[in-house]
Ligand binder design. Structure first.
Ligand code: NAD
Ligand code: ZN
Ligand code: ZN
Length: 391
């Protein structure tokens, strides 16, 4: 089959690789109809996840048709149309039982490596480095789905297009969880850093959960326009470099009640010394992240408010404003999305017409053009917000 493989920093290729096979009774093989590129893939593409190997198959956002199914999967049959959540979860461990699927205790064969980095292991993730299990991803013609009795959700309504349901695999649930973790109360003002697909869904979800005002922060006018069209206020930090002060001005001096970080380890900032400092340290591998947006989120948040992190971080951060967090009673929450928890309720919201996830979709390319898709998405050219690849 054809698959998108990682072959070094800033290089992906579409290559012929062996077809996946059932390895366990709880596996299924999915013939992929649509698969997307995520900001998380950019962290791999840009070389910030050290446990990638040449030839690893990328992709964790995918859907398609079941073409083979193990004997242990009684809820799916050949021909079913499914969306697959990006974390791989067994469904039976203590964490799965608690609904914390992205920290499943049974799905990461490289648990020791992850524990070495994080103190404890995390779940396996499709196409997302050896730290998360080294599983082949879904930017390919086929994928093997472990624990297929637990993860994939069947889409029975043929009227729903792939584009309407594909984002249930990650970015819609992730944005939703970002808003849920923020503990939004009716009337709250919520600030969202990052107008990528994750930030866009966080902003939309914040409104669903009762926020009165949502302010989305980014530097790309075309991305901010998508947020504005969906009902958010916007703040372009190239026009207003002091984001913390600007947010205070917009909120009567108090700061947003809830702050959602949807940027992650590669945050950009052009206007301060800390940016240069972070770049140097990150390049020298002396710190793993540029936590620029995270620092702003904490400093901007009103006292007693909540900061919710869905942007991905991989290791350690310098100049973390622990004094602000501690002295001002701020609650900090974070997580890789427990996608399994949210797929069904969010599918229902799509079916009821409460949200149309296609508002973030800008590009469709054949799988063969994945390298072009990565470049366009990375550099935010051609007003690119979300790329779907068609195998
Ligand atoms: P994206 O690259 O499309 O969007 C990121 C946006 O952040 C860009 O528009 C960029 O301009 C903006 N940005 C950069 N620096 C900024 C700053 N200092 N202030 C404000 N905005 C800034 O990526 P995406 O697909 O939307 O993903 C966003 C983040 O969410 C990534 O870190 C990704 O890894 C992470 N993610 C997390 C989960 C999870 O389960 N927690 C799931 C999917 C993605
Ligand atoms: Zn993703
Ligand atoms: Zn589990």
């Amino acid at each position: 089959m054809k698959a998108t493989v990682w072959s070094g920093r800033n290089t992906v290729q579409v290559e012929n690789v062996p077809d996946p096979q059932l390895l366990s009774q709880r596996d299924a093989i999915v013939k992929i109809s649509s698969t997307a590129i995520c900001g998380s893939d950019l962290h791999l593409y840009d070389g910030y996840m050290p446990t990638m190997k040449r030839g690893d198959i990328l992709g964790h956002e995918f859907m398609g048709e079941i073409v083979e199914v193990g004997k242990g999967v009684s809820n799916l049959k050949v021909g079913d149309r499914v969306v697959v959540p990006f974390p791989i979860a067994c469904g039976g461990c203590a964490q799965c039982a608690a609904g914390n699927f992205s920290v499943c205790e049974n799905s990461n064969p490289n648990a020791d490596m992850a524990a070495g980095m994080f103190g404890h292991p995390t779940a396996g993730i499709f196409g997302y480095s050896h730290l998360t299990g080294g599983y082949a991803g879904g930017q390919a013609e086929y994928a093997r789905v472990p624990f297929a009795d637990v993860g994939p959700i069947k889409i029975e309504n043929d009227d729903l297009t792939d584009e309407q349901v594909l984002f249930l695999s990650d970015v819609f649930p992730t944005g939703y969880m970002g808003a849920e973790m923020a503990d939004i109360q009716p009337g709250d003002t919520v600030a969202v850093w990052g107008a990528g697909a994750v930030g866009q869904f966080a902003a939309a979800s914040a409104r669903m959960l009762g926020a009165e005002r949502v302010i989305v922060i980014d530097r790309f006018p075309y991305r901010l326009k998508v947020a504005a069209d969906a009902g958010s206020e916007t703040l372009n930090y190239e026009e207003h470099p002091n984001v913390v002060e600007t947010l205070k001005e917009l909120t009567g001096g108090r700061g947003p009640d809830r702050c959602i970080e949807a940027v992650g380890m590669e945050a950009h900032h052009g206007h301060t010394h800390v940016y240069a400092y972070d770049r140097v340290k990150q390049a020298a591998r002396m710190e793993t992240e540029r936590a620029y947006a995270l620092r702003e989120a904490i400093m901007a948040c009103r006292s007693g408010g909540t900061v919710s992190i869905v942007g991905v971080f991989g290791g350690f951060v310098d100049k973390f404003p622990i004094g602000s967090l501690m002295n001002r009673s701020i609650t900090l929450r974070a997580g890789q999305c427990h996608v399994h928890r949210y797929m069904r309720p969010l599918l229902e919201r799509i079916e009821k017409g409460e949200i149309d996830p296609t508002f973030v979709h800008t590009h469709t390319l054949p799988l063969d053009e994945a390298p072009h898709g990565y470049e366009t998405f990375k550099h935010k050219t051609d007003d690119c917000l979300k790329v779907i690849l068609k195998p």
